[in-house]
Design a protein around this ligand. Structure first.
Ligand code: SAH
Length: 214
């Protein structure tokens, strides 16, 4: 099947599974996922599957990217923070939708590869840095939107403090090494209270503190 036909098949599948937001679907359509997967998995780039990207990490399943992106309700003037750049695929999708994306990854080699992909795709509104994302990016806070693509045990308090009032954070929450986590959408209300929606079970690698050893 030609690449274009595979993309259309994937988009139809995502729509059938509940990704109905047209801006999200258009962003997924624009980002060539085959550039983000490693050579042995190239033929599966447009399958609705998570795939290994090295260092024990994975590129998320397209359905999860679609659900999380849709839930984040990103506007084109927004400043967005992402924790866990990984392959950079989710970053590239978010970059289509916002003014500027800040993204943090603890594995330097993964980050370097992701940055090469952004350059190749001429994505210029992403600023990436290596580090421990659970500390956020204080120099750039507050963010209107935050997405965490690794599973935390609790909502990281520093990230919550860097979320603007009225802002939305989407992240998987669960016990370390649990087989599944709970995908949650948190809205920070004007009085400081949190509104929490549960979006369903997901499976992510854990959020790990500190920069990874080379
Ligand atoms: N969004 C990615 C998939 C993420 S996999 C994609 O589309 O490909 C989760 C990533 O989070 C991994 O690359 C892992 O190294 C990273 N990670 C885990 N804990 C982290 C932390 N504390 N700070 C930054 N990155 C972290």
């Amino acid at each position: 099947m030609a690449a274009e036909a595979r993309v259309i098949r994937l988009l139809m599948e995502l729509r059938g599974l509940g990704v109905t937001d047209t801006r999200t679907l258009a962003a997924i359509e624009k980002v060539p996922r085959d550039l983000f997967v490693s050579q042995p998995f190239l033929d599966q780039a447009y399958e609705n599957r998570a795939l290994p990207i090295g260092r024990g990490q994975t590129i998320s399943q397209p359905l999860v990217v679609g659900m999380m992106t849709q839930a984040l309700e990103v506007g084109e003037r927004m400043k967005v923070l992402e924790i866990g750049t990984g392959s950079g695929y989710q970053s590239a999708v978010l970059a289509q939708l916002c003014r500027r994306l800040y993204t943090i990854e603890r594995h330097k080699p993964l980050l370097k590869e992701a940055e090469e992909r952004f350059k190749r795709l001429r994505i210029h509104n992403v600023t990436a840095k290596p580090g421990d994302g659970s500390r956020g990016w204080p120099e750039q806070a507050p963010f209107q939107r935050i997405m965490v693509t690794a599973a935390a045990h609790d909502i990281p308090p520093v990230l919550l403090s860097q979320l603007a009032v009225g802002g939305i954070m989407v992240l998987p929450l669960g016990e370390a090494h649990a087989l599944e986590q709970d995908l949650v959408k948190i809205t920070k209300l004007a009085d400081g209270d949190l509104h929490i929606d549960h979006l369903g079970p997901v499976r992510f690698v854990p959020l790990v503190e500190g920069l990874a050893e080379e």
